[in-house]
Design a protein around this ligand. Structure first.
Ligand code: MCA
Ligand code: AMP
Length: 508
């Protein structure tokens, strides 16, 4: 019987030579494909010994490391559900995720181990382990008592491999359930479409707790048996040094803006590169053209969502069309897309409307939330993305806006509702509106516009201080303004467009 476990697919593509390098860090630390297989086998043994069974959740909030990648693969091997969390989340935020996911095992950074023990106990987590960025911690010490477990749990394609939390326009974050088939189909489509070839080397500077860095980038490299330059984070010096030794880089637009901001970045530094991919947020047309002028290469922009992995891509091969600024290209192989009005009726080509999609990449629903799942799917199975787009006669798509109230800052999503709820709870605040304003580095910067009670002393610094332990740093407003009233339309709805216009240009 064939096994739809994603690990089985990935492992079938590992190079025959176990010594082949998988990950190499700038400090010279190397993980070979053989180490990945044996290390993930040991971790799988540890997870099983900790009582983890297929379908159990493993929540992981750790810094980027080779060991963290092995842990992801170990979860796949056991048939457990891997749940990575942004390292910027505070313990207040973590409490919600752990309570919602009810994991069997929680793996966290060593310095927060004590703090998180309490949260784990409250939510009945069986075991808490630590893993540091340097690959040390109680998880690694526990491996001495393990054997390499060669089992790969038998999985159906529809079994859930991972849950990634994504915030909502109302209420708390929802866990998008991604199956082995969702991840495998997307990985295979991208690996083929982006023309991966033997010898490709991936420059990896993205975090590994989101779809982009974890699935899109790593799955392509794994399916190719490639070497990956594995950077702890995007650091301009290291990226400039490693570009001549790499062939592919994937990044959020901020990466490309930062590269262009450095005069050393030129044609010669990037001539070894076969492909630059951008996504997670809109790539400005000026970044696209400046990049082409500087390097002679066109950035390949693609579009995706946590709920569906990658959805569209500009063509890799010019025989299939040009890479065009402002367009996210065509639906991936097997993905259907249509542009609809609010009622789900398809609009004539060229008219803007909400993008709806269907395909093997689209998630099965939100974790323990059938009501929210039902709201975001049409009866015929199309998922409503909440992105406003236009489709040309030939099927090419451009994202022209968002129907959802969402800010994307440096590739991280910030849902205004979550920030407004926190600000409105601060003493002396009547109400608030959180908006995204064009930011030269992050694409959009978070700004809060606050109405305070008459006669009460509340300053911008008080707002920021109150949010500190409550919200991850990237969600916190970069600027806070006070106004007497928020602009509203006749229905009483806050006019965020008017606010965005008023504060436009704020970040230069
Ligand atoms: C860090 N800060 C941020 C951000 N990152 N503030 C707003 N937005 C951010 N994205 C804070 C830091 O805490 C710091 O605060 C200050 O801003 C400046 O930090 P800096 O050192 O400049 O930032 P950095 O550490 O260099 O990080 C910037 C970054 C990083 C490299 C752009 O945010 C990043 O790697 N983003 C990628 C996100 C990503 O992978 N998205 C994919 C999601 P202070 O100085 O006060 O301490 S997947 C997805 O969206 C879908 C599926 C898709 O299509 O891919
Ligand atoms: P996330 O919830 O983190 O998966 O973010 C997904 C959202 O990022 C999408 O719904 C889009 O709004 C946005 N996004 C991703 N890629 C692009 C892109 N290339 N252009 C414009 N928006 C994008």
């Amino acid at each position: 019987m064939s096994n739809a476990n994603l690990y089985a697919l990935l492992a079938s593509k590992f190079p025959a030579d176990e010594k082949a390098v998988f990950l190499e860090s700038p400090d010279g630390k190397v993980m070979r494909y053989g180490d990945l297989a044996s290390g993930s086998g040991r971790m799988a043994d540890l997870l099983r010994a900790s009582g983890v069974e297929p379908g159990d959740r493993v929540v992981v909030q750790v810094e980027k490391s080779a060991e963290a990648v092995a842990l992801y693969l170990a979860c796949l091997r056991v048939g457990a559900i891997y749940i990575p969390l942004n390292t910027a989340y505070t313990s207040a935020e973590l409490d919600y995720f752990v309570g919602d996911a009810k994991p069997r095992v929680l793996v966290c950074a060593s310095h927060v181990l004590n703090e998180l023990q309490g949260i784990a106990e409250t939510h009945g987590v069986a075991r808490v382990l630590s893993l540091g960025a340097d690959g040390t911690g109680s998880l690694m010490s526990a491996l001495v008592d393990t054997v390499v477990d060669d089992n790969v749990a038998q999985c159906a394609g529809s079994d859930i491999a991972a849950i990634l939390y994504t915030s909502g326009t109302t209420g708390r974050s929802k866990g998008a359930m991604l199956s082995h088939d969702n991840l495998a189909s997307n990985a295979v489509a991208l690996h083929k479409m982006w023309g991966f070839v033997p010898g490709d080397v991936l420059l990896h500077a993205l975090p590994i707790y989101h779809v982009h860095g974890l699935f899109v980038a790593l799955h392509c490299a794994l399916l190719n048996g490639s070497k990956v330059w594995f950077l702890p984070k995007f650091d301009i010096e290291t990226v400039l040094a490693l570009l001549p030794k790499s062939t592919v880089m994937m990044g959020v637009p901020t990466f490309y803006v930062r590269l262009l901001g450095d005069q050393r970045f030129d044609r010669s530094l990037s001539e070894h590169m076969r492909l630059f991919v951008a996504g997670s947020a809109p790539l400005l047309a000026e970044t696209f053209s400046e990049f082409e002028d500087r390097t002679g290469q066109r950035i390949l922009e693609r579009y995706g969502m946590t709920e569906a992995g990658m959805i569209t891509s500009n063509p890799y091969n010019s025989d299939n069309g040009a890479r065009i600024a402002g367009s996210v290209g065509y639906p991936l192989h097997g993905v259907e897309a249509r542009v609809c009005d609010d009622g789900g009726v398809e609009l004539p080509r060229g008219e803007p409307g909400t993008l709806e999609i269907k395909g093997p990449n689209v998630f099965s629903g939100y974790w323990q939330n059938p009501e929210k799942t039902a709201l975001e799917f049409r009866d015929d199975g199309f998922f409503i993305t909440g992105d406003v787009s236009k489709m040309d006669e030939d099927g090419r798509i451009s994202i022209v806006g968002r129907a959802k109230d969402l800010i994307i800052s440096g590739g991280f999503n910030v849902y205004p509702k979550e920030i407004e709820t926190e600000i409105d709870e601060i003493e002396g605040v009547v109400e608030s509106a959180v908006i995204g304003i064009a930011h030269p580095d992050f694409g959009e910067g978070v700004v809060a516009v606050v109405v305070k009670q008459a006669g009460v002393m509340v300053e911008a610094a008080d707002i920021i201080a109150a949010l500190k332990g409550r919200l991850a740093k990237f969600k916190q407003p970069k600027k806070v303004f006070f106004v007497d009233n928020l602009p509203r339309n006749t229905m009483g709805k806050v006019q965020k467009k008017a606010l965005r216009e008023e504060y436009a240009g704020l970040f230069g």
